[in-house]
Design a protein around this ligand. Structure first.
Ligand SMILES: NC(=O)c1ccc[n+]([C@@H]2O[C@H](COP(=O)([O-])OP(=O)(O)OC[C@H]3O[C@@H](n4cnc5c(N)ncnc54)[C@H](OP(=O)(O)O)[C@@H]3O)[C@@H](O)[C@H]2O)c1
Ligand SMILES: *[C@@H]1O[C@H](CO)[C@@H](O)[C@H](O)[C@H]1NC(C)=O
Ligand SMILES: *[C@@H]1O[C@H](CO)[C@@H](O)[C@H](O)[C@H]1NC(C)=O
Ligand SMILES: *[C@@H]1O[C@H](CO)[C@@H](O)[C@H](O)[C@H]1NC(C)=O
Length: 321
């Protein structure tokens, strides 16, 4: 009897938290169309990226789903076409952990596309349970979440600038707050690897990339903003292959936002007319939000940028900012 009561109370408390959390979740209120615009979304085959793609397709844009699994992404594209009635959707292959793949994606995109209005750097993974190194010799979590997007953004910059006013949106996380200090000489986590520490560090690096890029692009008409999507129930937890990550996945399923709510701040940063001249900011629940002190460290941002140029092998003629 007591047990039944306890379970009952727990269920009610969980439901109340869920309803309040979802009720307070920020929603993008802008209704503007995106007709005539081209939007690239990395990691659009699942979770937050997929819902972002659906919303922006409904607004009439040409949407490029930049994904590593073409079969999966094509199924998603077919569903989005059916639901939105927008046939102007393209699936194009990119694996952000493979610099060659990023280069091929950029090359093809620059050949085919006449403009890029929005680039949403969304693809991401939770920290690998054990340290893994990519074929380029980079730590895999940092490669998936940062290096690939760093290279991609630099390679696409000429067309983004030509298409200005245009936007770059970087999906970071409030987890960046948890990083106590950052060693720029250990961008590949060669010392003292931990799955959680590596994930939150990649998200801090997303914030600092945003900071440095926004400064480099001031007065170009290309704005650069980053965001926290919220605590969102997506595939990321199951895929991490780490037990604590999986557990968080179950908790988020009950208490978190669904992916459609989780996509709202992505959509806000990509389409809202209120943000036309806004750059270098961090958003959460479709509002500007405070960042950690480390995430405002301009010296650190510059050092991470310079180290990243070296790690991805960016050539002098590929630097456009
Ligand atoms: N969920 C949350 O609570 C939360 C909180 C804060 C921040 N975020 C951030 O939100 C972003 C989206 O995550 P999500 O929660 O929507 O996760 P998700 O459901 O796992 O989706 C992640 C997407 O990224 C793609 N991806 C992963 N590694 C890739 C690679 N190497 N190359 C190309 N694409 C790759 C995945 O492709 P596949 O479909 O092939 O796996 C998938 O499309 C991430 O940057 C994450 O850090 C999420
Ligand atoms: C790609 O996606 C398909 C469809 O969801 C899935 O069956 C397949 O296992 C995925 N491939 C890889 C390598 O993850
Ligand atoms: C290794 O990481 C753990 C936990 O993240 C920390 O407590 C410890 O001080 C670190 N050790 C070194 C040598 O940095
Ligand atoms: C944005 O900036 C441009 C150039 O400085 C200016 O002409 C325009 O009025 C601004 N728009 C908004 C909405 O602030």
């Amino acid at each position: 009897m007591v047990l039944v009561w306890c379970v009952g109370v727990l269920v009610v408390v969980a439901l109340v938290i869920r309803v309040v959390h979802r009720g307070r979740s920020g929603r993008c209120r802008c209704t503007n169309t995106m007709e005539g615009k081209t939007v690239i979304i990395t990691g659009a085959s699942a979770g937050i990226g997929k819902e972002t793609a659906l919303d922006i397709a409904k607004r009439g844009a040409r949407v490029i789903l930049a994904c590593r699994n073409i079969t999966k992404a094509q199924l998603v594209a077919d569903n989005i076409i059916a639901e939105s009635g927008n046939k102007n959707l393209v699936v194009r292959c990119i694996d952000t952990t493979d610099l060659n793949s990023v280069r091929n994606f950029a090359k093809e995109t620059l050949q085919i596309e006449s403009r890029i209005d929005v680039l949403i750097n969304n693809a991401g993974i939770g920290g690998s349970p054990v340290r893994k190194v990519t074929s380029d010799g980079l730590e895999s979590t940092m490669a998936a979440n940062h290096y690939g997007h760093f290279l991609l953004t630099n390679l696409l910059l000429p067309l983004l600038k030509k298409s200005s006013p245009s936007r770059i949106v970087n999906v970071a996380s409030s987890m960046h707050w948890k990083v106590p200090s950052f060693d720029v000489d250990d961008l590949n986590f060669e010392r003292n690897y931990s799955s959680f520490q590596s994930y939150i560090r990649t998200k801090l690096v997303n914030m600092l990339f945003n900071l440095e890029l926004s400064q480099r692009l001031s007065d170009t008409g290309v704005t650069v903003n980053c965001l926290h999507p919220g605590t969102v129930s997506t595939e990321i937890f199951g895929k991490s292959g780490n037990k604590i990550g999986k557990m968080f996945g179950y908790v988020y399923k009950v208490l978190g936002k669904d992916a459609a709510l989780g996509a709202q701040t992505n959509i806000h940063c990509a389409v809202s007319e209120d943000l036309i001249n806004v750059t270098g900011k961090y958003f959460s629940d479709c509002k500007e939000a405070p960042t950690s002190e480390l995430a405002q460290d301009k010296g650190l941002a510059k050092k991470i940028w310079e180290a990243s140029e070296e790690h991805v092998g960016l050539k002098p003629e590929e630097i456009h900012c």
